[in-house]
Design a protein around this ligand. Structure first.
Ligand code: ADP
Length: 163
């Protein structure tokens, strides 16, 4: 049984992230999505609990997708949950530059126990990021192309636009 960990901020989860989850769940027996507490990124739009709840709701019918929250090093979380590798999504060259450094550090700090597998974003979601979705939303524009309706609704509730 091959388990993999997909760590990220997911503030909020986008259709780009969901595309990576779909690809990973086709390839591996189990995908654990880890909503990481990242003190460097500030408090964000949603709390870690809210992000987790949304993801749980999205994948409640998918038996091989689990959701956890965690803090600290993603490699430690991967080892704790017996994951063979960390999954990351690649959109562009700038993602590549960042991810290539990250995977090297993750190999070093895990004594080569945890590898990284990069999956490519579908062309439709190549430019989708959580921060872009939040910007578009702040401008009062429709974000339904970028996030699931469950997430869009939570964003509207957060802004007091629906109750
Ligand atoms: P982090 O703070 O760890 O970068 P994110 O939630 O922004 O967390 O992203 C988690 C992972 O998902 C990263 O590997 C990121 O490159 C990837 N990702 C984000 N958006 C997309 C997308 N539209 N398509 C594919 N991968 C994506």
């Amino acid at each position: 049984m091959t388990k993999v960990l997909y760590p990220g901020s997911f503030d909020p989860i986008t259709k780009g992230h969901m595309n990576i989850v779909e690809q990973a769940s086709d390839l591996f027996d189990e995908v654990i999505i880890a909503v990481m507490q990242n003190p460097m990124k500030g408090s964000g739009m949603f709390t870690v609990e809210e992000r987790m709840e949304m993801i749980q709701e999205l994948y409640k019918r998918m038996k091989n997708v689990k959701v956890i929250s965690a803090s600290g090093a993603a490699v430690d979380v991967a080892i704790l949950h017996e994951c063979k590798a960390i999954i990351r999504g690649l959109r562009s060259l700038s993602d590549y530059d960042y991810e290539v450094g990250l995977q090297q550090i993750n190999k070093e700090i895990s004594d080569n126990k945890v590898n990284t597998i990069c999956l490519f974003a579908d062309k439709d979601y190549q430019f989708v990021s959580s921060s872009m979705v939040k910007e578009v939303f702040k401008l009062g524009k429709d974000v339904s192309r970028y996030v699931d309706p469950i997430v869009q609704e939570k964003m509207l509730v957060k802004r007091g636009m629906i109750v």
